[in-house]
Write a protein of this length. Structure first.
Length: 213
């Protein structure tokens, strides 16, 4: 049976259309895959960005917590120091002063910017320790540290405390119970002479030991 040229042409055109359709379908499929991959990568990137932001927020929160904790600890430290001063003042107010000894530069040479116990002080402290241990009643020692006004207020407060602590530690070695001694620093607050002269500053660098009932 003979096939007409018209039928052959129609069949050829159909094949071209089908082939073309196949190519178009593959292109569409590939394009859809690429778009899906692109969307997935975008979502993945958003997730990673959120994770980074969460980590940064966590670090920032930890830093803020640490700052608050440090501030609270500092406040507690200041409050503790104030409480110690108040307790020492209360004990001094209740107790009767039996006698007091002042160790200043004109007696024991507390050098400028130094808290180390001077050698000249040991004789005075040995006599005081023997006298306290020889008493027939319980006594309480209040040890006050004082400085001149050279340096910052905070530094002088610490220096006065270190000088008083040096006295307390020496007396403890000589047999005075630690619980019977209270250390307090006034720094530069309670000057007994003018800080405008060398001699005046020397008088202000001192430790006062009060023996109370």
């Amino acid at each position: 049976m003979m096939v007409s040229k018209r039928h052959l042409a129609s069949a050829a055109a159909l094949v071209v259309v089908v082939a073309a359709s196949g190519c178009v379908t593959k292109k569409v499929f590939r394009r859809n895959v690429e778009e899906t991959n692109s969307r997935f990568q975008s979502v993945e990137g958003s997730v990673e960005e959120n994770e980074r932001r969460t980590a940064d927020l966590g670090k920032e929160t930890d830093q803020k917590i640490a700052t608050v904790r440090q501030t609270s600890e500092k406040a507690l430290e200041v409050g503790s120091t104030a409480l110690q001063r108040a307790e020492a003042a209360e004990k001094a107010a209740r107790g009767k002063i039996l006698w007091e000894t002042t160790l200043s530069d004109d007696r024991v040479k507390f050098s400028f910017n130094q808290a180390k116990l001077p050698t000249e002080a040991t004789t005075v402290l040995d006599e005081l320790a023997d006298r306290v241990k020889g008493m027939d009643k319980t006594v309480y020692l209040e040890i006050e540290g004082h400085t001149d006004n050279i340096g910052s207020t905070d530094y002088n407060m610490r220096l006065g405390e270190m000088r008083a602590m040096a006295i307390r530690n020496y007396l403890a070695e000589k047999g005075i119970p630690l619980h019977a001694m209270q250390v307090i620093s006034y720094g530069e607050e309670k000057a007994v002479a003018s800080n405008s002269t060398r001699d005046g500053r020397a008088q202000n660098r001192r430790v006062v030991i009060r023996v109370l009932e």
